[in-house]
Every structure is written in C-alpha cells, then in structure tokens.
Design a protein around this ligand. Structure first.
Ligand SMILES: NC(=O)c1ccc[n+]([C@@H]2O[C@H](COP(=O)([O-])OP(=O)(O)OC[C@H]3O[C@@H](n4cnc5c(N)ncnc54)[C@H](OP(=O)(O)O)[C@@H]3O)[C@@H](O)[C@H]2O)c1
Length: 301
C-alpha cells in the first residue's frame, strides 16, 4: 500500500511516500481503506523525535485518526461490516491507504458527512470531550478555553456549549469571528488577557482548559481560583506544580459514539482549514507547526 512515513526523525522534509505491505486484520480487528486522515500536533512532535508513547521502529507512519470504508474483517468481528463507511482512531499509522484497528475503534460515518470532515473528527474531538469531562463542566458555568480556534479548541467550545456552559475562547485577531461562530465569546490572547477575561466575566470563571502552558496556565489558575478546575493538555509539569489537572485524551467507543451522534444531530460542526493530498503531508506538517491553523488539517488518501 501507499503511505507516508518518516524513515528518520527530523524536519517535515523527512516525510516521504513509501510502499508498505498491506496490513492484515487480526482477531477483533477491521481493515479500513482510508479516504481521509487527520493531522495533529502529536504527528509533528513524533516526527521531530519527541519521546511520546511506546518506542516504535522506523520508518513510522504518523496519523491518529481516519475515515474510510471497511474492506476486510478479522476473526470474530460482527460489526462493522465490509463496505461500511466508518471513522475512527488509531495510535499512529493513518497516513496510509489501509489502516488496521480494533472494531471498537470505529463508528459509522454519519450520512452525508464529507470524508475530509470524517477523517479529522475522532482524535481532537475525543480529546476535547475527555477534557470537559475531567474539568466537570456543567450547565450555567463559565469556561475559559485557550487556543479556542485550533483543532481541539474548536471542538471544546462547541461541546461545552452543548453542556450548557458559557465559553470565553482565547484567539488572535484573525480568529475572533470563527470563535464567535462556534458559540464562544472571543477574547484576544496576549498582554492584558487577564483583564479582558475579568471584564467579560465579572462574576468569575468556573473552569479553564489550557492548550498553551506556562504563564497561560498560571493565569488560568489565578482567574479560576480552584486549581482542580483548571486543566492543561500541554504542560503537565506546570499542572503538577500548580495543583491543576494534567489532561490526557481517553478515547473510547462510547465517547466517539456520543460525538458522532452530536454531529448527526447538527450540534457539532467540523472545520477543515486545509484538505491536502496525502503526498503533501510535509506541507500539512509545516502548516500545523505554525500553530496558527484554524480547526483541522485533513490529508486525502
Ligand atoms: N495531552 C493530550 O492528550 C493532547 C491531545 C491533543 C492535543 N494536545 C495538545 O494540545 C495542543 C492543542 O492542540 P490542537 O490540535 O488544538 O493544536 P492546533 O490546532 O495546532 O492549534 C492551533 C491554534 O492555536 C492557537 N494559538 C496559538 N498560540 C496561542 C496562544 N498563545 N493563545 C491562544 N491560542 C493560541 C491558534 O489560534 P490564533 O492563531 O488565533 O492564535 C491556532 O488556531 C497541542 O499542543 C497538542 O499537542 C494534547
């Protein structure tokens, strides 16, 4: 099969098109003919050589989410069936024509959902969903979401609105309209952020989701007051020092099912800023590494 992999760690240019053996599904697994895969910061971090997750041999195929059509079943799989359109997640391996995952790592693609949207849903939305669960966000609360325009933030804002929270979302000037369209009150990040948040929420902020780290995490703890209602996806050391939550995604079939149901009900939208052919994966990584992209980047396979 055709795939994009990095034979050594390094800059985006190390990504190259490769031919790999077609993977075969084992018991309980399905093989999916991938139509679209999502790009996220963990892909670029692994490519640079960051020690995330268990060590893996090179060349390594990045990509943690996908959408496509089931084309082969391992022993004991009752559902999904061959021919079903699905979306799901894996730990790397999705920048490829075929991906093999546990049958419970897939959900049915909602009718009419474009492949490029389906391919980028499973990872970032489950991260956002986990974070809101761990922060115990509830109706009537005010939640501060940092990096609200990004892949995780775009989902976090919408999911928090579904939970009935008021959301303040930090972003740059170019993303204020986007963040407002998601249902949040946009707040410019940078110098003076704490004052702007206090002006918009004089009654206080109940919880905060950090995706910037460092000073932004400290500022969030100061604004919320209770560090147990502040969580970070990026700065676990600072979280420990501050008594805040170091958040990690906990993907699962029930979580993905709930997210797909919200999409099908029209309560969750997917924003794809760039949909690029697989062979332009290096360009996708360069875009991601600007940390200025809005919503998600998709690779079309
Ligand atoms: N621990 C986990 O399980 C886990 C899981 C998923 C993701 N993560 C991490 O979470 C972070 C966010 O992921 P992502 O996929 O959402 O990234 P992303 O899509 O690359 O985020 C890009 C966004 O970040 C915003 N941004 C950049 N600097 C900012 C700042 N100082 N203040 C506010 N917003 C800022 C940009 O908005 P503007 O251009 O408007 O500034 C841009 O829209 C990444 O570091 C990722 O590695 C962790």
């Amino acid at each position: 099969m055709r795939a994009v992999a990095f034979p050594r760690t390094g800059p985006p240019e190390v990504l190259e098109s490769v031919d790999l053996p077609d993977p075969e599904p084992g018991p309980g697994q399905v093989r999916v003919r991938v139509r679209a895969a999502g790009v996220q910061p963990v892909d670029t971090a692994l490519r640079r050589g960051a020690p995330i997750g268990p060590p893996a041999p090179l060349p390594r195929v990045p990509g943690n989410d996908f959408a496509g059509t089931v084309d082969r079943l391992g022993a004991g799989v009752a559902s999904p069936a061959v021919g079903d359109a699905v979306l799901g997640w894996a730990w790397t391996s999705c920048y490829a024509e075929y991906v093999v995952v546990g049958a419970d790592h897939c959900a049915a693609r909602p009718a009419g959902m474009p492949w490029e949207e389906a391919g980028v849903l499973a990872s970032s939305a489950q991260t956002a969903h986990t974070a809101l669960e761990d922060l115990r966000v509830g109706p009537g609360e005010t939640l501060l979401v940092h990096a609200a325009a990004g892949g995780v933030g775009t989902f976090a804002v919408q999911l928090a609105r579904v939970l009935g929270a008021r959301v303040l979302g930090t972003c740059g000037p170019g993303n204020e309209e986007h963040v407002a369209s998601l249902g949040a009150v946009p707040v410019r990040h940078g110098e003076g952020l704490a004052g702007r948040v206090r002006a918009l929420a004089p009654e206080g902020v109940d919880a905060a989701l950090d995706m910037v780290g460092g000073d932004t995490l400290r500022l969030s703890v100061a604004l919320v007051g209770d560090p147990a209602r502040v969580g970070t996806l990026v700065d676990h050391a600072a979280a420990e020092r501050a008594g805040a939550l170091g958040l990690r995604s906990r993907p699962g079939a029930d979580r993905l099912g709930a997210i797909v149901d919200l999409y099908a009900a029209g309560e969750l939208r997917v924003h794809v800023s760039h949909a690029l052919p697989l062979h332009e994966a290096a360009r996708a990584h360069r875009l991601s590494e600007t940390r200025r992209t809005r919503g998600k980047i998709a690779l079309l396979v």
